[in-house]
Design a protein around this ligand. Sequence first.
Ligand code: NDP
Length: 460
Amino acid sequence: MTNINETYNDPKKLANDYVHEVYEEVKKRNAGESEFLQATREIFDSLRPVFAKNPHYIEDGILERLTEPDRIITFRVAWEDDQGKVHVNRGYRVQFNSELGPYKGGIRFHPSVNLSIMKFLAFEQIFKNSLTGQPIGAGKGGSDFDPKNKSEREIMRFVQSFMTELSKYLGPDLDVPAGDIGVGRREVGYMTGQYNRIHGGFEPGVFTGKDPNYGGSLGRKEATGYGTVYFAEEMLKTNDLHFKGSKVIVSGSGNVSTYAMEKAIELGATVIACSDSGGYIYDENGIDVETVKQIKEVEGERIKKYRKYHSTAKYVEGCEDIWSLSCDIALPCATQNELDEAAAVKLIENGLKAVAEGANMPCTQEAINLFKEHKILFAPAKAANAGGVAVSAMEMSQNSMRLSWTTEEVDERLHTVMKNIYASCLQAAEEYGHPGDLVVGANIAGFLKVANAMVSHGIR
Ligand code: NDP
């Protein structure tokens, strides 16, 4: 480990050596976990100026402790399909950090789920949750279960089996999951039901993203998408740009995408394309978000069906090419690493002005580097999509107080939270010598609060 006394008179070298050594160790300990290493690398690069200015964090081993989860729970999920055939999936919960509050972060059901993806998402959640200013720690969970083409009863049986094991590790002051890819209100409802069945009584405060009729917060469903657009609008405003009159591409057509589209349209933008994992729809005159809701939320169908309602729209097989269209603002809202260097090149050639990440880590590092090089405004996920978890924390407060805020109240609070996050990212970037760099600003602002809590709680 770095000899602090020897190198103290060169704080920059000390910081660089420290970050380098810890990253090498993280690489060794987490070999092959590419998404987790990608997420840690990105944070580490931003934190060098923090360690140069505050070497006491090095003495406290903050980075070493921050990159090792409090605990990881993995378990078997056996369930029976409608034909009586038994299936086995793997369940995960990564309880990464509880310095600021109970573990908080969604549950993802998708065949791609593995430990690396769970760890990257839980790690990102540390900084995101810190940025919201709410008293919440960080976690993430899920399973490699694929909810596509399953009956409602199969999904219910799977969720009940999943929750039977996971419920041992949850509680309103311990760990409070929510939804994510493949997990919406219905699945959160089944999880709540099974948790209550096991523990007895009715405990609303152990999940967020619930149906507002049964303890959920109004405005939670919309929060991540709306929040992304609120954050992006702040960033655009600072640079004399606006959603009004802009052409926007939104990838995905799930929870985050739908409400990002809705808010962007409300602010006067034209959303020209959206997608699912099968392909994308495109209409220069604007996508009708109510039709998207009808297809995805009511009918549970593929985005391809949009043409049945709007024959002037085009449907293109394969989702990647959505980034070859020309737009002013790109909102990647589907999944990790969906916008790579080649996509960034096309977007820039076609006149792109700004990107805001609605999904977690949707842009590869190479794409982000290109955006920076070409002075494209860039809002990183951990700041831009923090609105969902911020309203989840509001749901926890409402559950504790046994009351419900109105949609308008929640939306106003969300808007304030997003403006505050933007301001703190800008301020941290400025203070640490990277004015206007929201990636560095978000990483540093998120880090400082957690690091200070770790110092104050002692080495553990
Ligand atoms: P959903 O499951 O509701 O929607 C995901 C959407 O993305 C679906 O339309 C899916 O299509 C599509 N999709 C998946 N892979 C691709 C791909 N490679 N290209 C294009 N579309 C794709 O998930 P959410 O909207 O909840 O989550 C989306 C992202 O936002 C995730 O990264 C998640 O972690 C992040 N996020 C979500 C929050 C929330 O509150 N829900 C909070 C913060 C972040 P298909 O149906 O074909 O699979």
